[in-house]
Design a protein around this ligand. Structure first.
Ligand code: PLP
Length: 219
């Protein structure tokens, strides 16, 4: 299957999922995840009109960002503190901020670099942080409070990689998002759903699905 065919198939899945959920298809962003995919395929996706791409690894993202200045790369993988500066220089948006110490460092460095980077908090409600990263619910209030006051790292919403299986985690994330929306009195977006489970994520209220395999093919 060509990239174009796969993309059309993913878009059709997304449209059907939105219709089934009574949501407008334009309400959910399809973010292609280009980790471990060659630049040539990203160029093809650019030609199809996609401009934003999720990447997991800082160094790989930096190499691609240099080769493809017309693309915007978004960090969706774990971030070590010592790579914070390169991450700010490389990515237009950070989705995997999951601890206060990292947020403080990013905030200070973003000030030095004079950049603004829309930021999401990766949350972990299921005790998988050791494997995948993510802020446990108990540490969320202080992290949200900090980012909510940081003009350099404007808080966009919550991102998660829930355990595969049933749709229950998506509902838990949607409820968490709703609670914080109310508490902050403003919108927060929700990034959840991947190739295998985008339908359940959209049904639960996801605003952004991150699609690797179904978009670019096997890695
Ligand atoms: C790899 C990855 C994806 C995409 O996964 P697929 O199953 O290939 O669609 C989405 N989000 C994160 C955080 C990832 O690491």
């Amino acid at each position: 299957m060509s990239l174009e065919e796969r993309v059309r198939e993913v878009q059709a899945r997304l449209t059907r999922a939105c219709e089934a959920a009574g949501r407008a298809p334009a309400a959910v962003e399809l973010l292609p995840v280009s980790k471990r995919q060659p630049e040539a395929l990203i160029r093809e996706a650019l030609a199809l009109g996609f401009t934003r791409f999720g990447e997991n690894y800082v160094q790989e993202g930096a190499t691609k960002a240099q080769a493809l200045p017309q693309a915007a790369f978004i960090l969706i993988g774990p971030l070590q503190s010592n790579k914070a500066k390169v991450a700010l220089e490389t990515f237009t948006e950070l989705q995997s901020v999951d601890r206060l110490e990292l947020a403080r460092r990013l905030d200070r460095l973003a000030g030095e670099l004079e950049v603004v980077r829309p930021t999401w908090i990766q949350v972990d409600l299921w005790g998988e942080a050791t494997k995948l990263g993510g802020c446990p619910e108990g540490q969320l209030p202080e992290l949200i409070a900090f980012l909510d006051r940081s003009p350099r790292l404007p808080l966009q919403g919550l991102m998660a990689i829930p355990p595969p299986g049933d749709a229950k985690p998506f509902g838990e994330l949607a409820a968490l998002r709703d609670r914080w929306r109310q508490r902050l009195g403003r919108d927060l977006r929700l990034s959840m759903g991947m190739s295998g489970d985008l339908e359940a994520a959209v049904a639960a209220g996801s605003d952004q699905i991150r699609i690797g395999t179904a978009f670019f093919g096997e890695r």
